[in-house]
Design a protein around this ligand. Structure first.
Ligand SMILES: *[C@@H]1O[C@H](CO)[C@@H](O)[C@H](O)[C@H]1NC(C)=O
Ligand SMILES: *[C@@H]1O[C@H](CO)[C@@H](O)[C@H](O)[C@H]1NC(C)=O
Ligand SMILES: *[C@@H]1O[C@H](CO)[C@@H](O)[C@H](O)[C@H]1NC(C)=O
Ligand SMILES: *[C@@H]1O[C@H](CO)[C@@H](O)[C@H](O)[C@H]1NC(C)=O
Ligand SMILES: *[C@@H]1O[C@H](CO)[C@@H](O)[C@H](O)[C@H]1NC(C)=O
Ligand SMILES: *[C@@H]1O[C@H](CO)[C@@H](O)[C@H](O)[C@H]1NC(C)=O
Ligand SMILES: *[C@@H]1O[C@H](CO)[C@@H](O)[C@H](O)[C@H]1NC(C)=O
Ligand SMILES: *[C@@H]1O[C@H](CO)[C@@H](O)[C@H](O)[C@H]1NC(C)=O
Ligand SMILES: *[C@@H]1O[C@H](CO)[C@@H](O)[C@H](O)[C@H]1NC(C)=O
Ligand SMILES: *[C@@H]1O[C@H](CO)[C@@H](O)[C@H](O)[C@H]1NC(C)=O
Length: 876
């Protein structure tokens, strides 16, 4: 096998960064309210705009009224997302570069009477915990642009719209631009744009990307009271100036109309306490004669900023305030000196107002834990932005402590009662260290009551009632409850044992039974119910492992799942009327049970191997429950009739979509989500189950899709448990499917969960490429991982991704996912990530999308633009 070894797991992140630097990405351009998953390249700027799917969880999409949808209006304003529900709604953006870097964030609004009420709204705009600005729209066509330069303290940037009961908040455009961190350097977290002028413009157009490297929007400024100077030569060709104002902006300048007068600007802010940073950009645009000099002093509010300043010919020189300035009336004066033969000039100016983000965000550990809980349980509440702030509007069900202005708020009570939670109690709860009350009652939580709940120092109330928890209650919790320091409720968990003693017995039995089972070709799955373990031991002794025990053992295996007699199965399937699929074991039929659709797998009598797989599957599915594993509704085991009844998966299996058997082409985002679902199912088998379970037959045909395209892992016939303590591997007879079979496992016969990671990697490669795992030509067979590996080494990401997608995918995430897939499919299990790492990476790709921009040059036409501030510099 020729396999490229250049892709180790460790190198993934750095590779991705390199790719982005070359692409000049660092731009995230979101056109709010366009159809989910759609994107387009703006004709004028050649920037790629994407829909806001994945950046926001709430709101509704609208188009502005049709008579305002003129061709002169930028396309981004044709649609909006509005937020009629909830007081606060947030966009959550995770830029590739992460926290601690500087970003230019721009929001743009045009009402356009999208709701037909002809009433412009008024609302507040927040960044994370802090008020950015209020948005007031003057009329239906006024375009409002708000810009802020911001260094986020966490990897997430939350842009939130807060309802003030004066109309429904909405957003037209959201743009994030990565800035170099040595520009606009101030000790403040945030600078809000007041004005950005391009003086003496020859074209009277707004200038932005690609003329402007950072996609700042420069507004044209021209006045009959000033003289205009310009050049056709390029300014600052070498970009020696870090601010890099667009060359076309710097080509023109203004000078006072009367050459003996100084050049003056002033502005009066709304709030006289406002403080500003000012950035003035100068370049000489005239080639001066020997006897000519242009020299001037720069004053801001009567304080000299630069003395005897002479602009460089065709080079940008930026002068900025060192400390913030601000008074009732602010004034900039450029005063020519005695030696100067020419008047002062200025080419461009930017004025920013400080926003002292005084409200501290919620304690980072609490934020991380709450975020983890939100995603783990897919909590369906208005959980957006910062969990605890604004103070009067924390996340639903969360109570916070705001002690003082210098301490981060902490979460002290969390009520997730009746919230549809499934799966285990997540370790993230352990990180809510300040929590006093935790209510998880009336959900479908499974698994054990974790010990860490007893270590939460301030926990005084814990409600676990009405779940499906199993095992026993940790002794420490019971102790706390007995000594009165904790109010503990746990009724309504039928399988939860209430004394600490039952835990130890179960453990011993498991420890004893596992090696026996494993050595018998790993047939049996360990059960928590003692009765079943006993049942199995009998069965093993009778030697009925490898062959179908006709008539020997029939009847119910366990009372927990519904047992059906054969005549019921006949009824459910309407006498085996409709076949859904076929496999080595037999056929799968469609059926109805109590009006719900079900899938019924019938073990065929000819199948010699099938019986043990049938058993394995029943045992396993009785033990595990996860949204990304197919759930078993019941089974039949009557004489020689064996059937399994599952939930119906309306969209069949992933293999049909990838092979083209299904005519629908999965979008890139759907592919990522399906991969994440499958990865979560496997993660649960590996880490959510004790002992862990290895599926051993991960392939597209075993990943089923329901009506919402949610993926669930199926077919547990080959699955095996293995003990965690002691040896972490189990010797088995090799089983699986060619192409997906871990080469290391094949060679060593040592099975562990990394074998599934390998198979998953191959599946992921198929999902990306739409090609089969093994490609046969007349002379050779090539494994997909080798093929993709060499294409990736050549940087050919377009060639890798399924051609049926065209360019409807993101290059950035495609690189990342391809590298992830190849890391999973590494020949050596050590180089493969764990399923938890895989899940994390996939989540990042889904929830933190970064878009590329393309290269083209074309300035934007001028449209009505209204920067909402009174601080208009007036030249006089
Ligand atoms: C809307 O407001 C802008 C900015 O004040 C103004 O230029 C424009 O003429 C107004 N449009 C209408 C229809 O009133
Ligand atoms: C800018 O970022 C670089 C790379 O992360 C870092 O080394 C440098 O210290 C940063 N500079 C400032 C001024 O933050
Ligand atoms: C300078 O500006 C004038 C209009 O103000 C324009 O006609 C002329 O073409 C410009 N010159 C250059 C070199 O851009
Ligand atoms: C220019 O300004 C100076 C001093 O302010 C004044 O004396 C002169 O008359 C002005 N020239 C013109 C042409 O207005
Ligand atoms: C500079 O010299 C040129 C001739 O070389 C002359 O026409 C011009 O008036 C002089 N300018 C000044 C300000 O002395
Ligand atoms: C916290 O800051 C706000 C304004 O930012 C102020 O109104 C409030 O009084 C402060 N509270 C304390 C306890 O200092
Ligand atoms: C949690 O909310 C439910 C209503 O949704 C309420 O009945 C219950 O008392 C709350 N729990 C706590 C601890 O406040
Ligand atoms: C339990 O939750 C369900 C929804 O998940 C709700 O319909 C029911 O009323 C809740 N029961 C109690 C007792 O809160
Ligand atoms: C708990 O917090 C610590 C440190 O903040 C972190 O390393 C750990 O991963 C967190 N645990 C969970 C389960 O989120
Ligand atoms: C627990 O509560 C005490 C008293 O209210 C408080 O001082 C302490 O900081 C709390 N511990 C944590 C971890 O929040």
């Amino acid at each position: 096998m020729t396999r490229l070894r250049l892709l180790s797991w460790i190198s993934i992140t750095s590779c991705v960064c390199l790719v982005f630097a070359q692409d000049q990405s660092g731009f995230i351009s979101i056109d709010c309210g366009i159809p989910d998953d759609s994107s387009y390249t703006d004709e004028k700027t050649n920037m790629k705009y994407v829909s806001d799917l994945g950046f926001v969880e709430s709101g509704t999409s609208h188009s502005i009224v049709s008579d305002l949808q003129t061709t002169s209006l930028e396309r981004q304003f044709q649609n909006v997302r509005s937020f009629p529900e909830g007081k606060r709604n947030c966009y959550d953006i995770r830029p590739q570069q992460g926290k601690g870097f500087k970003y230019l964030i721009r929001t743009r609004f045009m009402y356009g009477n999208y709701d037909g009420f002809s009433k412009t709204p008024e609302f507040d705009l927040y960044i994370g915990a802090n008020l950015w600005e209020s948005v007031v729209l003057i009329n239906e066509t006024a375009i409002m642009t708000k810009e802020i330069i911001y260094t986020p303290p966490s990897d997430h940037i939350h842009v939130c719209l807060v309802d003030k009961n004066r109309g429904t908040p909405f957003l037209s455009v959201l743009e994030i631009r990565f800035l170099k961190n040595d520009t606009y350097d101030t000790p403040y977290e945030a600078l809000m744009l007041g004005r950005r002028w391009d003086f003496g413009t020859a074209t009277n157009l707004q200038i932005r990307y690609k003329d402007d490297f950072y996609d700042r929007i420069w507004m044209p400024y021209k006045s009959p009271y000033q003289k205009t100077l310009n050049t056709s030569l390029t300014i600052d060709e070498t970009n020696h100036n870090g601010f890099r104002p667009a060359s076309i902006v710097m080509r023109s300048a203004i000078a006072p109309g009367n050459e003996s007068n100084p050049l003056k600007f002033n502005w009066a802010p709304d709030d006289p306490r406002s403080k500003f940073y000012i950035y003035m950009h100068f370049a000489e645009v005239r080639e001066l004669q020997r006897n000519e000099t242009r020299e001037f002093d720069i004053y801001i509010n009567d304080v000299i900023l630069a003395e005897n300043f002479r602009p460089f010919y065709l080079f940008t020189d930026t002068r900025s305030t060192v400390d913030p300035v601000g008074r009732k009336m602010n004034e900039i004066v450029l005063q020519r000196t005695g030696v100067s033969t020419l008047p002062p000039i200025i080419n461009a100016i930017e004025i920013y107002q400080i926003n002292e983000f005084l409200q501290l965000p919620t304690d980072q550990q609490d934020v991380d834990a709450m975020t983890k809980i939100k995603f783990k349980y897919r909590v369906k509440k208005n959980w957006q932005g910062d969990p605890c702030v604004p103070v009067d509007n924390s996340w639903e069900g969360l109570e916070c402590l705001h002690s003082d202005n210098n301490t981060s708020p902490r979460s002290i009570a969390l009520n997730l009662s009746s919230s549809g939670l499934t799966g285990q109690i997540d370790p993230a709860f352990a990180n809510l260290t300040s929590i006093n009350k935790l209510d998880l009652s009336n959900n479908s939580l499974t698994g054990k009551v974790p010990d860490f709940l007893a270590s939460l120092p301030n926990l005084t109330e814990l409600n676990l009632e009405g779940n499906k928890l199993t095992g026993s209650i940790p002794a420490k919790l019971l102790e706390k409850s007995k000594d009165g320091s904790l109010s503990l409720r746990f009724g309504g968990n039928p399988d939860l044992c209430q004394s600490p003693s039952c835990q130890t017995t179960t453990k011993k039995k498991i420890g004893y039974i596992v090696p026996v089972v494993a050595s018998l070709a790993g047939l049996l799955i360990v059960l928590t119910a003692l009765a079943l373990i006993w049942h199995f031991k009998k069965r093993s002794r009778r030697g009925t492992i490898s062959n179908k025990p006709l008539g020997v053992n029939t009847g119910p295996l366990d009372t927990a799942k519904r047992y059906f007699i054969y005549s019921e199965v006949v009824n459910i399937t309407n006498n085996f009327e409709r076949v859904l699929g076929k496999g080595g074991f037999g056929k799968v039929y469609h059926g109805f049970l109590n009006g719900d659709q079900v899938a019924v797998k019938i073990l065929s009598e000819e199948s010699t191997q099938g019986y043990k797989e049938f058993r394995a599957e029943v045992e396993l599915l009785m033990r595990v429950h996860h949204t990304n594993l197919t759930s078993l509704i019941g089974y039949c085991n009557e004489d020689n009739h064996m059937a399994l009844i599952y939930e119906y998966m309306a969209n069949g299996n992933l293999g049909d979509y990838l092979s083209g058997k299904s005519s629908l082409i999965l979008s890139w985002e759907e592919r990522l989500q399906i991969s994440l679902d499958a990865a979560q199912g496997l993660e649960y088998l590996h880490y959510g189950c004790k002992p862990p379970i290895v599926h051993r037959d991960v392939k597209p045909a075993n990943i089923l899709l329901n009506e919402n395209l949610q993926a669930k892992i199926a077919d547990f016939g080959l699955s095996r448990s293995f003990p965690v303590e002691g040896s972490s591997q189990v010797s088995t007879v090799v089983a699986g499917t060619i192409g997906y079979l871990d080469p290391e496992y094949y060679a060593t016969r040592q099975m562990n969960e990394k074998s599934d990671v390998y198979s998953f990697g191959v599946v992921l490669l198929e999902v990306i490429t739409g090609k089969p795992a093994i490609w046969h030509s007349r002379t050779e067979s090539v494994h997909l991982s080798d093929q993709v590996g060499s294409m990736l080494a050549n940087g050919d990401i377009k060639g890798i991704v399924d051609q049926r997608l065209g360019d409807r995918f993101e290059v950035g995430s495609a690189w990342k996912i391809t590298e992830l897939a190849l890391a999973c499919a590494s020949e050596s299990s050590e180089q493969r990530p764990t399923m938890s790492q895989v899940v994390m990476e996939l989540k990042q790709s889904i929830f933190g999308r970064v878009n590329n921009r393309s290269d083209h040059k074309d300035p934007v036409r001028m449209v009505t633009m209204n920067l909402d501030t009174e601080m208009v510099p007036r030249a006089r």
